[in-house]
Each structure stands twice: as C-alpha cells, then as structure tokens.
Design a protein around this ligand. Structure first.
Ligand SMILES: Cc1cc2nc3c(=O)[nH]c(=O)nc-3n(C[C@H](O)[C@H](O)[C@H](O)COP(=O)(O)OP(=O)(O)OC[C@H]3O[C@@H](n4cnc5c(N)ncnc54)[C@H](O)[C@@H]3O)c2cc1C
Length: 258
C-alpha cells in the first residue's frame, strides 16, 4: 500500500496513508518475491526501497524429495531481465515503504484506524488524539484479509474450498546458503525455507487439508519442528536437519499463517 502512496505522492497527488500499527510486527506474511514481482518493482522504481529493507537475493531454487536433494533451478536463466527471487522481512519492508511515502510528501496518520466510510468518498479515522474526516477522490483498501474497506464497499468475499493450510515461523542462527530457497516436498506437504540473510530464515510449512484432518495443525514450536522430520533422509544428515537440532530459543517469533 505504502508503495502506491509514495508513487502517487511523487506524481504530485495529495495522498493520506492511514496505518493502525504504531510498530509493525511480524505476522508471517509475504516475504518471497518472485522474479516477475521484482520486474514489476523495478518498473515502479522500488528496487532501492526493497534493498533498503534488506531484501536478500535468492538466485537458486533447490528442491528436495523426502530430504534428498533434487534438481536446482536458477531463475535468471528464464526470468524477465534476469531477475531472481528475493526474500524480505515483511515488517521491515512495511516500515521502509511508509517512511519513503512520508518523504515523498504523503501525509501519514499512524497509529490511526479507519473506522467508517461514506460515499463521497469520505473516510473517518480515529487517531490517538481525535477523530477526523478525510475527503478523497479515491480510497484504496489494502487492509488485509479481513478488510473493512471491502465490507464497506459491499465487496463479495468468495472463498475456494480449503485445499491446504500454510503457516510459518522465523528462525535465527540458520546455517544454510543464504542465496538458495529450499523447497522440500513430502507426502501431503511441503516446507519452504527463504533465507533473509544474517543467518535468519523464514520457514513455511504447507499441509494438505487431508493431512491436517489426520494430524491436526502445528500450534507449538515443537510440533512445527516435528513436521520437518520427513525432510531428513533415512541415513545421514540432510542439509535441512538443522531444523530438528535447534533449541526453542532459536525460535524468534510466533507461528502464524492460515
Ligand atoms: C502465511 C502467509 C504467507 C505469505 N507469503 C507470501 C509470500 O511469500 N509472497 C507474497 O508475495 N505474498 C505472500 N503472502 C500474501 C501477502 O502477505 C498478502 O497478499 C499481502 O500482505 C496483502 O497486502 P495488504 O496490504 O492488503 O495486507 P497486509 O499486508 O495484511 O497489511 C494490511 C495493513 O493494514 C493495516 N490495517 C488493517 N486494518 C486497518 C484499519 N481499519 N485502519 C488502518 N490500518 C489498518 C494493518 O495494520 C496492516 O499494516 C502470504 C500470506 C500468508 C497468510
């Protein structure tokens, strides 16, 4: 959202950004940017902001089948302008972009919550000191999956039947090549590891609905780590076995996702 605000403000439009969180927290959201997303970001002139947020280049995609390394793929062989995958901390990117939008001339209300909407369009926001009314020619709702703006404008929410669930955790002290995405497949599931640099990595667990019905979701760190056991080969150490060996203290954030 803030990238749109910054871009419109740069083009000379009057822009207000309303953000509820005083400090962005890790909600396990959106950290892998595929090469075509990077190409779009380049077109919008946003690469400096991505790099300022610590975006980490991930040129190689490495697959594993039940813990055994398989084919690896180099994005730049096929991608638009040779772009790679990148991994970036979502809260770090949110913070960088909102500061950038502010520096481009957008007015940032933060912390402030959009509380009401009326045609016009008019948006009523609650700041820490008062309630204000903003009149705008256009309101853009980028307020997440439980979007109030979507409800206010009567947007229909259409949900597919559940096929799989996705969750993740943030790990520190990860001793893996930080230029590689690790994509490990096993029966009914998949684990992705997206290094963010500085020995930190996002680990995502994807489970099919059938597998979840059989086993229940991983709600704790221990359960989450247990799910990675199939990644270990029958003999020897897998490159991913660090997941099983890490102490709970290495788990630096909450398990999230859906
Ligand atoms: C587990 C998981 C993993 C994902 N992984 C990826 C990935 O690897 N790559 C990728 O591209 N996408 C990924 N996504 C999808 C991606 O995170 C979302 O598409 C993206 O974050 C949506 O952007 P958004 O701005 O609409 O919402 P959000 O990123 O959720 O941001 C909404 C913002 O609006 C603020 N807000 C909400 N309500 C109000 C209000 N009433 N007033 C003021 N502020 C408000 C919130 O504080 C928040 O800062 C993932 C999603 C999940 C759930």
């Amino acid at each position: 959202m803030d990238h749109l605000g910054g871009s419109l403000a740069t083009a000379g439009l009057s822009v207000a950004i309303v953000e509820r969180e005083a400090v962005f927290r890790d909600r396990v959201r959106g950290e892998g940017i595929h090469p075509w997303g990077m190409a779009e970001a380049a077109r919008l002139g946003l690469i400096p902001q991505l790099l300022a947020a610590g975006a980490n280049e991930l040129p190689v995609w490495q697959e594993y089948d039940h813990g055994v390394p398989g084919a690896s793929y180099r994005w730049s062989d096929d991608s638009i302008d040779g772009w790679s995958e990148y991994g970036v901390s979502h809260p770090a990117l949110q913070q960088t972009l909102i500061e950038w939008a502010d520096s481009c001339g957008a007015t940032v209300f933060r912390p402030a919550t959009a509380v009401r909407y009326a045609s016009g369009p008019t948006l009523v926001i609650q700041t820490v000191v008062d309630e204000r009314t903003l009149n705008a020619r256009l309101v853009v709702g980028a307020d997440g999956r439980r979007s109030r703006v979507g409800r206010w404008i009567g947007a229909a929410l259409i949900q597919d039947p559940v096929h799989h669930r996705f969750g993740g955790a943030l790990f520190d002290h990860v001793d893996l090549d930080s230029s590689v995405v690790h994509d490990a497949r096993f029966a009914g599931g998949r684990v992705f590891i997206l290094p963010q640099g500085n020995s930190r990595a996002r680990v995502y667990l994807m489970l099919s609905d059938e597998r979840l019905t059989e086993t229940g979701a991983a709600h704790t760190f221990a359960e989450f780590v247990d799910w990675t056991a199939p990644l270990r080969p029958n003999h020897g150490q897998s490159q991913l076995s660090f997941l099983k060996e890490k102490e709970t203290s290495a788990f630096s954030n909450s398990i999230g996702g859906r």
